[in-house]
Ligand binder design. Structure first.
Ligand code: ZN
Length: 268
């Protein structure tokens, strides 16, 4: 590994670890719980796409439906913050900053998965996964993080902002060995509940709770997960994700998991 890339990675690790060490306690007395909902992509960053649907539109729609369910059912006890509520581009570090400034208690980033155009399983791969930040255990997990992190290349000065982090170089991902330890148990708690609900309520195939190096999760100072609802490159999954019914089921799954998470964390 090149020395320069190690130094860049460690510099970024120390900078971001400095923020991630200041994880907020789960309980804030009587203060409302702050849920940060992050609709992936937006504006010039369309995310991945199928034959007619774009990831950025699906994530925003599901995020709004999730927010509306929380507001309808927990208006008195939960404050919802959206990192975007329109079709605008928000940089990854900007998303984390919004969450940290709001002193969020849980960060849920909503995305849609895809595989390479040349992949033989492009039309057949399907299923939901919920990720927490960490070192990937498979090439497939790494490729999902690489694709989601590559949006920083749309930012001006991304080399400076992310201190030399190269989203396309596996060497850069060494920083995620350090994980997000303080919030990891709660992150996995919500990830497991959301994964279960995406199967039970939204009818998605179970591709399991996973770990990979997502910059947006790394930079948040609270329990944080990234949801990949299903694969937009699969025609049947694209139809589901493009339908109002499919989006509502996904939102309901994330809400049900949130309601269960609140019950569990309120006891601690
Ligand atoms: Zn995405």
């Amino acid at each position: 590994m090149r020395l320069k890339s190690i130094i860049c990675c460690l510099a970024l690790a120390l900078t971001l670890l400095g923020t991630s060490l200041n994880v907020r306690a789960a309980g804030k007395g009587d203060a409302p719980f702050t849920l940060v909902i992050d609709a992936g992509h937006g504006g010039k960053d369309k995310g991945c796409h199928g034959k007619k649907e774009y990831e950025k539109d699906i994530t925003l729609d599901v995020a709004r439906r999730f927010r509306d369910l929380v507001k309808k059912n927990c208006a008195d006890s939960v404050n919802v913050v959206m990192t975007r509520d329109t079709d605008v581009f928000v940089p990854l570090d900007g998303r984390a900053r919004i969450a940290n400034d709001a002193q969020g208690d849980l960060f849920v980033s909503i995305h849609v998965n895809s595989v390479d155009y040349k992949a033989k399983n492009r039309a057949s791969v399907h299923g939901a996964s919920v990720y927490t930040v960490g070192l990937h255990k498979s090439a497939a997990n790494l490729s999902v993080a690489m694709r989601e992190n590559a949006v920083i290349e749309l930012e001006e000065d991304f080399t400076e902002t992310y201190q030399g982090f190269d989203p396309n170089s596996s060497e850069s991902y060494i920083i995620f060995e350090l994980g997000q330890n303080h919030a990891m148990a709660q992150s996995i708690e919500y990830a497991s509940l959301a994964q279960g609900q995406l199967v039970a309520t939204a009818g998605r195939a179970d591709k399991g709770v996973r770990q990979a190096g997502f910059l947006v999760l790394w930079a948040t100072r609270m329990p944080a997960v990234l949801v990949e609802l299903d694969f937009i490159c699969n025609p049947a999954a694209e139809r589901f994700l493009g339908s109002a019914e499919g989006k509502q089921k996904c939102a309901q799954a994330l809400y049900n998991a949130f309601a269960d998470y609140r019950k569990l964390t309120a006891k601690n």
